[in-house]
Ligand binder design. Structure first.
Ligand SMILES: [Zn+2]
Length: 206
């Protein structure tokens, strides 16, 4: 189980991945994985709009293929798009060639230099392959994991965790997925409200 706050040791093991941005700017980077899907993704777009905030969506290629209209809504609202493979593959359990092919299949739809490995699990050999295929690729992890997918976590505690650890430059991970929606629906509006009150601006990864 991943902790809410990414341990420094993990960051040290993978220094060529992006874990957070500059701690000097009062800016945070909100990210959403696993969409786009009906209801949940439009809910997220609506909340972001209320705060005039932009975010980054790491999309599953298969979902983009199924819901092209929702994908268009995300792009038209000015949010950044990232690749999250076509079939949400777990790198540690996947052959390198299969992983690269699945990345490329999603890239044909997404056209982005941002990538986040599903489950945060990727082999060093796969990082190397992806960077060879796409030299300007930025592999984005996170320093704040909301654990919004965890049905055992109450919405209140999910919110508390997120607010406790977020600081300048944080990359915060949420999911626009059904699994996360019970918590996301509660947490996102409240977190956005509190972050705004604390004076954060909302940046996109690029
Ligand atoms: Zn995912």
């Amino acid at each position: 189980m991943y902790p809410v706050k990414t341990p420094w040791l993990v960051k040290r093991l993978y220094p060529n991945l992006l874990w957070n941005h500059s701690r000097d700017q009062r800016c945070i980077y909100v990210t959403f994985d696993d969409g786009p899907i009906p209801i949940v993704t439009p809910f997220v777009l609506n909340i972001l709009k209320q705060y005039n905030a932009r975010a980054t969506f790491f999309c599953i290629g298969d979902n983009v293929n199924k819901h092209p209209d929702i994908f268009e809504q995300v792009k038209n609202a000015g949010h950044a798009i990232g690749n999250h493979t076509y079939n949400h593959l777990k790198g540690w359990r996947t052959e390198d060639k299969t992983y690269l092919d699945n990345f490329n299949k999603a890239d044909e739809l997404l056209h982005t230099n941002l990538f986040r490995p599903p489950y945060g699990r990727i082999k060093k050999s796969q990082i190397k392959l992806l960077k060879e295929a796409k030299p300007d690729l930025e592999i984005v992890m996170w320093d704040i994991l909301s654990r919004d997918y965890d049905a055992k976590l109450s919405p209140e505690n999910c919110l508390k965790n997120v607010l406790k650890y977020t600081r300048n430059g944080s990359i915060v991970l949420f999911h626009d997925s059904w699994k996360a929606f019970d918590r996301l629906e509660y947490v996102l509006p409240r977190a956005m409200e509190e972050w705004s009150r604390r004076g954060y601006s909302f940046g996109v990864l690029s």
